[in-house]
Ligand binder design. Structure first.
Ligand code: ATP
Ligand code: MG
Ligand code: MG
Length: 554
């Protein structure tokens, strides 16, 4: 078995195991907020947490961090579950921060009674103006020293819908001169008269992230709560809240941080992806151009490709941008192993074999996947009239052009050697047809001397009377800039690529006429394609997942 070196999170866990944690203590969670669809950045976090679960045989919870009813929806909960399952992971328990609202409320009461939390009746602007700066202490709220009784009464009133939004907040009473701004009496609760997708109107006060997250970890007895680096300064507050509550009998969760993963030529932020959806730049969260898990799935990516990508980039302590070509590499690598080969022509040029009998057809044997013997073979129809790609023919070309030119020979994949004799043009000089002759003894696999003759080029083709037309969606990068959201003076929307989707009509060999949504193929010499969810009985639509080679590499 392959020995992989430990990443820095695994080192932390190994140290903890040496210092008294048992394997039974280990528990992890993946904690999405259901305010959008998961993206490729989340895949890193999913693979990290569930990977740790597999390595240490420890449970991993799927925890919905659902404390903000203004942005969260059941649709997102469902999509997140589907995506995590599709990536191939099984969570131990499906948890919701909203299931802890009562416990959190009870603990908040406890903090008030201990003099560690108070109701502030200032506006959010006033509170912000008293925060101070990183180098200057903040100033205390005039409500900071309310009596416990008054705090309890007001907080209960907040809970019982006696107040408007913004009238009061509950704040932790910590230290207005802490060098860590987050410790300057952070808000724990705000009033929000909004129905929640799970608790409906049971609550009109909602807990803030910092108050909720560590306590949820504690309730679930998560040992290592892994989050992205922007939460590093929150760790002190995470610990402070736990200090007020932790019972020494129980395990105390630890927050540890790793770097967010960014992908080039796209954005990985639910808010920005939502903007692309809402402005109609894309057709939805699962548009095949989106860096969402559902978009990549629809595009034809496999879970293996995404997991291998996440494993290869690993986790880091510093943020960086990973080139999208690495993700594409992993798609190719896996699809090469599993995708059956077929022939399709996307930019057709008619080719007539003048010495091939009119009306005749024959069925040629074609290997389904040279990478997988068990994939077997199929029959491909051949006839007098074929389509080849326009780019594969030139009247004249130099010696480096290994495709078809007048007077030159190529092999038709799985078929015969042909020679281009003449071509026909329209009034504008565009080539409309190529006339060829074929060598009847040169049939692939027939064992004749002629069949073994080497010619430089091999072309893919389809038989015109047998081929069927299908829509093919060819994608380019969604943004023209490698870091669309990395410019101070420009908005990421300024870099949307207007040509990221091209629809063409392609001609396919008949063997894939019955292909089902999601089926993946290699169109020989063109790339990997799959059947799009927009397909119907009448009309089959293919997505280009990725080209065969990295055409972007210089
Ligand atoms: P977004 O800005 O896209 O909404 P988020 O961090 O607010 O991202 P969450 O739903 O809170 O989204 O994320 C769930 C988990 O996934 C968190 O632990 C978060 O740190 C992690 N995560 C989110 N984006 C990335 C990323 N780009 N790289 C690695 N981990 C990520
Ligand atoms: Mg978050
Ligand atoms: Mg977010």
């Amino acid at each position: 078995e392959e020995v992989k070196s430990l990443n820095f999170i695994e080192h932390i866990i190994e140290e903890d195991l040496e210092e008294g944690y048992t394997k039974n203590d280990l528990r992890f969670r993946f904690p999405p907020e259901p305010n959008g669809y998961l993206h490729i950045g989340h895949a890193s976090s999913i693979c990290l947490n569930f990977g740790l679960g597999l390595r240490y045989n420890a449970p991993v919870n799927l925890r919905f961090d659902d404390t903000n009813p203004t942005k969260e929806e059941q649709e997102f909960v469902d999509a997140i579950k589907e995506d995590v399952s599709w990536l191939g992971y099984k969570w131990d328990t499906e948890c919701y921060a909203s299931d802890y609202f009562q416990q959190l409320y009870d603990w908040a009461i406890q903090l008030i009674k201990q003099g560690k939390a108070y109701v502030d009746s200032q506006s959010s602007e006033e509170i912000a103006s008293q925060k101070g700066t990183p180098t200057e202490p903040g100033s205390e709220s005039p409500f900071r020293n309310r009596s416990v009784e008054e705090n309890l009464k007001l907080f209960e009133g907040m809970k019982n819908a006696e107040f408007e939004e913004g009238a009061h907040v509950l704040r932790a009473k910590i230290d207005m001169s802490s060098p860590n701004m987050l410790m300057r009496d952070p808000v724990m609760y705000r009033v929000l008269h909004k129905a929640h997708h799970r608790t409906n109107t049971d609550w009109c006060i909602y807990p803030m992230y910092d108050w909720t997250h560590g306590e949820s970890d504690y309730i679930e007895q998560v040992s290592h709560s892994l989050c992205t680096l922007e939460f590093l300064p929150h760790r002190e507050l995470y610990d402070w809240f736990l200090d007020q509550l932790v019972d020494s009998e129980k395990l105390r969760p630890k927050q540890r941080e790793f770097a967010r993963r960014n992908l080039s030529h796209t954005v990985v932020s639910k808010r920005k992806l939502l903007q692309l959806v809402q402005t109609g730049v894309v057709s939805g969260w699962d548009d095949p151009r989106m860096p969402t898990i559902s978009g990549l799935r629809r595009r034809g990516y496999t879970p293996e490709a995404i997991r291998n990508f996440a494993d290869t980039i690993g986790i880091a302590k510093r943020e960086n941008v990973v080139d999208v070509s690495l993700l594409e590499f992993h798609a190719r690598e896996h699809l090469n192993k599993i995708a059956p080969r077929v022939m399709a022509v996307l930019n057709p040029l008619k080719l007539v074999i003048t010495n091939y009998e009119e009306g005749k057809e024959e069925w040629l044997e074609a290997e389904n996947n040279p990478e997988d013997e068990s994939a077997g073979s199929r029959q491909v129809p051949f006839s007098r009239e074929l389509y080849i790609e326009k780019e594969d023919f030139r009247e004249e070309a130099n010696r480096k052009f290994f495709r078809l030119k007048l007077g030159g020979e190529v092999r038709l994949k799985n078929g015969y050697i042909i020679k281009a004799e003449s071509c026909t043009k329209d009034s504008e000089g565009n080539i409309t047809e190529v006339q060829c002759t074929y060598d009847p003894k040169s049939k692939s696999g027939s064992g004749t001397e002629e069949s073994l003759r080497k010619v430089k080029g091999t072309l893919h083709w389809v038989s015109i009377p047998h081929a069927f037309a299908a829509e093919v969606r060819v994608y380019d990068r969604l943004f023209t800039d490698p870091t669309p959201d990395g410019h101070k003076d420009k908005d990421f929307m300024d870099f949307v690529n207007p040509d990221s989707l091209t629809k063409v009509t392609g001609y396919m060999e008949p063997s894939i006429k019955e292909a089902k949504i999601g089926d993946r193929f290699q169109f020989q010499r063109l790339g990997y394609f799959n059947v799009d969810t927009d397909s119907s009985e009448e009309k089959i639509i293919f997505n280009r997942t990725v080209t065969l080679r990295d055409t972007w590499a210089k």
